[in-house]
Design a protein around this ligand. Structure first.
Ligand SMILES: Nc1nc2c(c(=O)[nH]1)N[C@H]1C(S)=C(S)[C@@H](COP(=O)(O)O)O[C@H]1N2
Ligand SMILES: [Mo]
Length: 407
């Protein structure tokens, strides 16, 4: 990372830095021992045990328990999944500048203070989800490499900061601009060398920005608190409706261009490919932008035991990331799809946000699992099955929760 961004004092400590013993067991719910060290920055020692399922410690990749996730429409920061490709960079606010460059009339170098004061401040709710959410189910069909996410690589937050569209208007976007690139301050080790995590989005996604349909936010706040190191301190993009990989953390550069980004994570990763996809086909394949509709049962949790009779089922459902798309309905089945019970959606209904739902279904000793599926406002239903892909992205087949009915 650039030396100028290193800090000795002004940066909140990363909660994972002091001691990472015990973090490295993938899939184990580790009591978050090292989180206690971060009391100075949002987490109090008493809240040290977040119960997150830690997939890797450095870089941190972790997801909440489903029973925690379904408790609130706004996900508490302590229960928000973390997906990082490299260690958290330390950023010194004294030297930190966001660089706005490329096809603009007036390149800008903005301190966080200038970002907070020169442009209006906005607050939006948006659900973020990793393209690899539910990858473990993909792997159950056939092994896929990557973080073996269960269903918790998703969270809904209230993000605060200036709109990128306002900052770009101040910089003056030139004619012919088509894409906006984002570059993080992190250092990802790859075979070809060290690279920042990066992405780009079509420029319309940035500039089509209104109170009802937000574009891209430069967020320095999450749930009314300063962004935490894991989630991108001091600044990240939040791209509502797009896979999490487009919401770049520790944002250092915004580059306006007539081309999509050449960063590995836009140009090569995050595409739907199979084993038979050639290199040329992969290079030509479209990058993933909008996330797909999804629905997951959070309670009962997989493998839970229950008595026969009525069971309360609860979970989350995410409308597709298409502008204007909402959920029409969520349905649950306890008899492998023969009959479906309509769930009630009882949380705010907002563009680019998930909804929490609940349903009461009757289970019998013959019931082996619960199914859930969502339908969007255009009448598109979630697929019963999805095609396997090499990277395990966009898994959104009907979610299946095995349960044991005793008696
Ligand atoms: N700079 C940077 N930004 C990043 C990443 C990263 O590794 N580095 N991971 C991306 C991915 S794949 C996801 S899903 C989201 C996760 O955001 P979160 O950790 O705040 O949940 O951040 C995205 N932004
Ligand atoms: Mo992701």
């Amino acid at each position: 990372m650039p030396q100028s961004h290193r800090s000795t004092s002004a940066t909140p400590p990363s909660p994972h830095r002091p001691d990472r013993r015990g973090f490295l067991q993938s899939g184990l719910a580790v009591a978050g021992a090292t989180w206690a060290a971060s009391g100075a920055y949002g987490w109090q020692p008493g809240e040290a045990d977040t119960g997150l399922i830690i997939h890797s410690g450095e870089p941190m990749n972790a997801e909440p328990q489903l029973r925690e996730l379904v408790k609130s429409w706004v996900t508490p920061i302590s229960q928000f999944y973390i997906r990082s490709h490299a260690p958290v960079p330390r950023v010194d606010l004294n030297t930190y500048r966001l660089s706005i460059e490329g096809m603009v009339d007036r390149p800008l170098q903005l301190s966080l203070q200038q970002l907070k004061t020169r442009f209006g401040s906005h607050s939006i709710f948006a659900t973020m989800t990793c393209a690899g959410n539910r990858r473990s189910e993909h792997s159950a069909v056939k092994e896929v490499s990557g973080v073996q996410w269960q269903s918790g690589a998703i969270g809904n937050a209230n993000w605060g900061g200036p709109r990128l569209s306002d900052v770009l208007k101040a910089a003056g976007v030139q004619a012919g601009a088509k894409h906006v690139w984002f570059e993080g301050l992190d250092e990802v080790q790859r075979d070809e060398g060290v690279i920042p995590f990066g992405a780009s989005v079509p420029i319309e996604k940035v500039m089509n920005d209104s109170a009802t349909a937000p574009g891209v936010l430069l967020a320095h706040e999450m749930n009314n608190a300063q962004l935490s190191p894991d989630h991108g301190y001091p600044l990240r993009t939040v791209v509502p409706g797009y896979i999490g990989a487009r919401s770049v953390k520790w944002l250092g550069k915004v580059i306006v261009s007539d081309q999509p980004s050449d960063n590995y994570y836009l140009a090569k990763a995050y595409k739907l490919v199979t084993e038979s996809t050639t290199k040329e086909q992969a290079a030509a394949a479209a990058p993933l932008y909008e996330y797909v509709m999804n629905a997951v049962t959070c309670a009962p949790e997989p493998g839970a035991a229950t008595a026969p009779g009525a069971v309360e089922v609860r979970g989350y459902a995410l409308p597709p990331g298409r502008p204007g798309a909402m959920l029409r309905q969520v349905e649950v089945s306890a008899d492998n799809g023969t009959t479906w019970t309509q769930a009630s959606l009882h949380s705010p209904r907002q563009l680019y946000c998930w909804q929490l739902w609940s349903a009461r279904v009757r289970v019998t000793p013959q019931t082996t699992h619960l199914l859930v599926r969502a339908t969007d406002s255009d009448g598109n239903a979630q697929p019963q099955q999805v095609d396997w892909n090499l990277k395990g992205y966009m898994f959104n087949a009907w979610h299946k929760t095995p349960i044991q009915v005793n008696g």
